[in-house]
Ligand binder design. Structure first.
Ligand SMILES: C[S@@+](CC[C@H](N)C(=O)[O-])C[C@H]1O[C@@H](n2cnc3c(N)ncnc32)[C@H](O)[C@@H]1O
Length: 183
């Protein structure tokens, strides 16, 4: 998997406190890669409950993970010296992706939004905003090291997407797919 020949920036859908964003940004800095990371979240906790989550906890998830804010992540990005690599996009995917990022094409996307409804929308957006050979990583999908499979609706949204689109899907160790067609 070599993204060096791809041009697009990086997109993170689900940022919460910015931990994974900082990790990606540090990696890009270390390999002198000029790509920016667009980090999208509304920073108010999970916006919906997960209709397709497998447990009661997931079905009542609305409002969880609300211990963050745009100001919090921006100060963390400064503290870790990665603020020049990251563009924070504050808002629901449904209200920001086509409105603010419709002219963008990405080479690498990390989807970490747990919920069926959010992942479904995110994957539809990505369909027209991922370049050929670009990669999408899906958090909360794999049963890495034989741990029980997670039970968020993102699994169902991913399975539906992979069934309906021409992509090359790999489940383990971390679920991801590569786009094999042009936009
Ligand atoms: C598990 S957290 C992300 C964790 C983060 N990537 C990390 O590794 O630290 C999931 C995030 O997805 C966000 N999210 C879920 N659905 C969303 C939507 N439709 N629009 C915006 N943000 C959403 C939530 O606000 C939450 O912060």
């Amino acid at each position: 998997m070599n993204l060096k020949n791809l041009k697009g920036d990086v997109l993170e859908l689900g940022t919460h406190k910015g931990g994974s964003t900082i990790l990606f940004a540090k990696y890009l800095q270390n390999i002198n890669d000029p790509r920016k990371i667009y980090a999208v979240d509304w920073f108010k906790g999970l916006p919906y409950s997960d209709e397709f989550g497998n447990t009661d906890e997931k079905k009542k998830a609305k409002g969880r993970l609300n211990d963050t804010s745009k100001e919090f992540v921006e100060s963390k990005f400064k503290q870790f010296n990665v603020d020049d690599k990251i563009i924070v996009v504050d808002g629901l995917f449904e209200e920001t992706l086509y409105e603010k990022l419709n002219d963008k094409v990405f080479s690498f996307v990390f989807i970490d939004c747990d919920l069926y409804k959010s992942a479904k929308f995110a994957l539809e957006y990505i369909d027209n905003h991922l370049e050929k050979d670009g990669i999408v990583f899906l958090h909360d999908y794999s049963n890495f090291l034989n741990r029980p499979k997670y039970d968020w609706g993102i699994i169902k949204a991913t399975d539906e997407y992979v069934r309906e689109h021409k992509v090359q899907f790999t489940e383990n160790p971390i679920a991801h797919f590569q786009k094999i067609t042009s936009i």
